[in-house]
Design a binder for this molecule. Structure first.
Ligand SMILES: *Cc1c(COP(=O)(O)O)cnc(C)c1O
Length: 393
């Protein structure tokens, strides 16, 4: 059994994908071009925003968003420590300082009340009610200027943008939605990618909408930001290719990846339906079997894109026992994420310590993810849950 079965998806779209790739190979247009433009138009419409700019990865999308906002040294950007490393890495890449905010224990997404505490703590340059980072290079934490927020839609569930956007508006902060795991998710009649001023997503193969290499995209309603993203994507170019008006990056998307994504968009909605079926079947069977696990909580009005189906074991020892039992039955599981970012060596310069973000730390000890993909049949799910029941006994 596979954790994510990309082969099953490929079998269903093989002819179309191969034709699309050959079409690009024969076209001689390998970077940007008509396939990328077509993709951008489709994705903007899908996300319900005015502009989409395709780029080379989800990480580049985050970096480009921060560059477009002019974020750099001395700026503070609030984000959570319970996410894939790229979210906080992008902040450090542009020279700014991540200020971590713990997650909600039920959704695993940014806790808006903790965000308020973090903003107040920074205002007062005091860690009394919220742990703050250490800042080097001649700056002190009181010099940090709060600039914006990167909220993450973890495992495919949108963060609480109603609350987060309201807090941001009070303080004139920007909000970036890290929708790398949530493209396709909905909140009411709005779609992930379009829930904040800027949305960023990833087309890494294992994401809900994946290509066959690296890729990403930015979303916005703001025409000025759209123009900035397009300039930054190509080394800060101006109106002419060899006029450089700002510092940018090599952030372009390949035409081959765009062509593949244009084919995959044709099956994406059906795949979301199938992911929802898998999640509901897990919920039901785990409940019926009375297994002592916390299954995902999806707040009213939300629909997850189900990048992952993650559950909580009672404690670390129980998780270890269940994962070993499943591995013996040939069922792969993964841990997203075992170590919160504030405890990672890469961020040790921020001076955080154990206990600073207790919810993220406890999740790291208890959480694990079960196989999740649109082609996981009900019988296989029943086998997985039966093995879970045996392992959890
Ligand atoms: C995957 C991911 C990214 C980075 O995307 P890449 O395309 O791999 O660069 C950023 N944030 C989150 C939450 C992710 O899951």
């Amino acid at each position: 059994m596979q954790f994510i079965d990309l082969g099953a998806q490929y079998a269903g779209i093989q002819d179309e994908v191969e034709e699309a790739v050959i079409r690009v190979l024969r076209s001689g247009q390998y970077i940007l071009g008509p396939e990328v433009t077509k993709l951008e138009e489709r994705l903007a419409e899908y996300a319900g925003v005015n502009h989409c700019v395709a780029c080379a990865s989800g990480t580049d999308a985050l970096v480009m968003a921060l560059m477009a906002k002019g974020v750099g040294r001395g700026d503070a950007v609030f984000t959570t420590p319970f996410t894939f490393v790229a979210t906080a890495e992008a902040i450090v890449t542009v020279g700014a300082t991540p200020v971590f905010v713990d997650v909600d224990p039920t959704t695993y997404n940014m806790d808006p009340s903790a965000l308020r505490r973090a903003i107040e703590a920074l205002d007062q340059a005091s860690s009394g009610n919220h742990p703050l980072p250490r800042v080097d290079d001649g700056l002190s934490v009181g010099d940090l200027k709060p600039r914006g927020i990167i909220a993450v839609d973890l495992f495919g569930l949108a963060a609480d943008y109603g609350a987060i956007n309201a807090i941001a508006a009070e303080r004139d902060l920007f909000v970036i939605e890290d929708a790398a795991q949530s493209f396709g998710a909905t909140v009411g009649n709005r779609r992930a990618g379009g829930l904040a001023e800027i949305g960023c997503t990833s087309f890494f193969p294992a994401k809900p909408l994946g290509c066959y290499g690296d890729g990403g995209a930015l979303f916005t309603d703001d025409a000025e930001l759209d123009a900035l993203f397009r300039s930054i994507r190509v080394h800060g170019q101006g109106s002419d290719k060899y006029e450089n008006v700002r510092i940018g990056i090599t952030g372009r998307l390949d035409a081959i990846q765009a062509a593949i994504l244009n084919v995959k968009m044709g099956v994406f909605d059906e795949e979301l339906v199938q992911r929802q079926r898998v999640a509901e079947t897990y919920d039901r069977l785990i409940g019926e079997a009375g297994i002592d696990l916390v299954t995902p909580f999806i707040p009213e009005g939300n629909r997850s894109a189900w990048a992952q189906y993650s559950v909580l074991a009672r404690d670390g020892a129980e998780r270890q026992k269940i994962q070993s039992g499943l591995a013996e039955a040939g069922i792969p599981t993964m841990i997203y994420y075992p170590k919160a970012l504030h405890l990672q060596t890469a961020f040790e310069g921020l001076g955080y310590s154990h206990g600073d973000f207790p919810v993220s730390e406890a999740l790291g000890e208890r959480i694990f993810s079960l196989p999740m993909h649109p082609y996981l049949g009900d019988e296989k799910i029943a086998d997985i849950v039966a093995a879970l029941a045996r392992a959890a006994r």
